[in-house]
Design a binder for this molecule. Structure first.
Ligand SMILES: *Cc1c(COP(=O)(O)O)cnc(C)c1O
Length: 499
């Protein structure tokens, strides 16, 4: 393989644990001498503030602590360090302007208990963000509370349950296509409901005939993703929504893939009743590493009364918190949600503007199709037609010699984060690439070049490819071991305990 690239190999030093780095007697602080020495100092301090001696704490100087953690931070891969085409995750660049806005002291030091009259600016921003999301989706009733996409799904399901409840219909089954993201069935089960899977057709699309068959009076809703997880636009979504509505159900859209359609089409026009946004995907707030995120929910005017409280409402020039609402499903998050994330999304929308949002989606779609076209002669594309913001390849042509895992692990050696793999489940050996709109043509070309070189390597030196990656400090790790056998010992390890 070619060894090239700038700033991609990380540091060349291995980093021992800080416990192994310290030396007895080194310390990271210095205090003035106390008359009478340590003993007198200890007596002068209130006893509850004096800690017992802790065995085994590392003894390190300040600069060693700083270097240790700085080095460790540089071992991470992030969107700031390289191309991150992780399908379904929309790893786009997070503009620094968002950070500057969120760091303004007036926002950063605001307190949720400081009361309406002292929070007008923050409330206004949230109210405006609700309006913008309502505009983008065509669904006017918005809550910003949910902390993530999956949390939005749950919130939406609770609203749908309340709507059916008002009609005296305790329906408890939700239809989902077999290409759905894992959080979809999980959220449904979380609400105590049942999942009924609907098979996609030969084109990878939701099949109206299958929905018709599955739709009965137990079905509360259909939950679908559009564009779907194959990166394909569900062209018959309106027809499917009509079938669901005709039999008394509602349509929930998982809006995680909204980056493909902003300003081009709106979920409301497809017959969607409730959806969530992933602000940490589409609206450029940082994500990965477990949050915080934001998964606002938008719904039709008919469902507005079920939204969580408090609602942020406008009365003339004033912004108010409506704490009570008879039909509300209640609170789903402390205070107003993750305000810092909301602020970043507001900044993003204001700085990009309505025309800009459309351009974002158009470029995201263009970039994905560029990659599909440049690679489809080397890699199998199971549903090979114009895709939306991401495209799904498979390892079908390489499978005899190497696997999807071997292919994408080699990308690490090229300084590129591997795409999402083995998802969606309906594609065997899937490789799901989402370049996003923020990548340049040069970056896309570099990715294409790397993928073509890997295909060549798969043919000529498959044994070597199975050893990838070789450039990072650690090679191929056991993907599941850390989760299945977590080792959370206090270091240094004490005497082995049995059991
Ligand atoms: C990311 C994603 C989700 C879940 O969103 P979280 O914010 O991670 O909870 C759901 N569905 C799809 C299609 C996604 O890509």
């Amino acid at each position: 393989m070619k060894r090239s690239g700038v700033g991609e190999s990380g540091l060349i030093f291995n980093e021992p644990l800080i416990f192994d780095r310290g030396h007895t007697g080194e310390q990271g602080y210095s205090l003035p001498e106390w008359e009478g020495g340590e003993e007198a100092a200890l007596k002068a301090l209130p006893s509850h503030l004096v800690r017992d001696e802790v065995e085994g704490l590392p003894q390190v100087s300040e600069i060693e602590v700083v270097r240790h953690f700085t080095r460790l931070s540089q071992w991470n891969f992030s969107i700031d360090s390289g191309f991150y085409p992780l399908g379904s995750c929309t790893m786009k660049y997070n503009p620094r302007m968002n950070e500057a806005g969120a760091a303004l002291p007036e926002f950063a030091t605001a307190h949720p208990y400081q009361g309406e009259e002292f929070s007008q600016g923050a409330l206004r921003i949230m109210w405006e963000l609700q309006q913008y999301l309502g505009e983008v989706s065509g669904l006017p009733a918005v809550t910003l509370q949910p902390a993530a996409g999956a949390h939005g799904e749950m919130t939406g399901m609770f609203m749908i349950r309340a709507w059916h409840g008002d009609r005296g219909r305790p329906r408890r089954t939700v239809l989902i296509p077999d290409s759905a993201h894992g959080t979809n069935p999980a959220s449904i089960v979380f609400c105590g409901w049942d999942v009924r899977e609907v098979k996609s057709d030969a084109e990878g699309m939701i099949d109206p005939a299958e929905v018709e068959k599955a739709m009965d009076k137990d079905v509360a809703a259909l939950m679908l993703t559009n564009p779907n997880t194959l990166g394909l636009f569900e062209e018959r979504v309106r027809e499917v929504a009509d079938i669901v509505h005709a039999k008394g159900g509602l349509v929930y859209m998982d809006g995680a893939n909204l980056n493909a359609m902003m300003g081009i089409t709106r979920p409301a026009e497809m017959g969607v009743d409730v959806m969530h946004f992933n602000l940490h995907k589409t609206f450029s707030t940082p994500h990965g590493g477990g949050g915080p995120g934001a998964g606002p929910v938008a719904a039709t005017a008919e469902l507005e009364k079920y939204l969580p409280v408090p609602r942020i409402v406008r009365k003339g020039e004033k912004f108010l918190l409506r704490e009570r609402s008879r039909k509300s499903i209640g609170r789903v998050k402390a205070f107003f949600g993750n305000f810092g994330v909301l602020l970043r999304a507001w900044t993003y929308i204001r700085s990009v503007g309505p025309e800009g949002l459309r351009e974002v989606s158009e470029t995201a779609v263009l970039n994905a199709n560029y990659i599909r076209k440049k690679l489809h002669h080397a890699y199998d594309v199971p549903y090979d037609r114009i895709c939306m913001h991401e495209c799904v390849f498979s390892d079908r042509r390489q499978r005899e010699r190497v696997s999807t895992l071997d292919i994408v692990k080699r990308l690490i050696d090229y300084g590129i984060h591997p795409p999402t793999i083995y998802f969606p489940l309906i594609v065997k050996g899937a490789i799901m690439v989402e370049p996003t709109e923020t990548e340049s043509r040069q970056t896309l070309d570099r990715f294409v070049e790397a993928m073509l070189a890997i295909d060549e390597e798969a043919r000529e030196q498959p044994d070597q490819l199975r050893e990838a990656p070789v450039r990072p400090k650690v090679g191929r790790l056991n993907e599941a071991k850390a989760a299945r056998q977590p080792d959370l010992r206090w270091y240094p390890p004490g005497p082995e305990k049995s059991g």
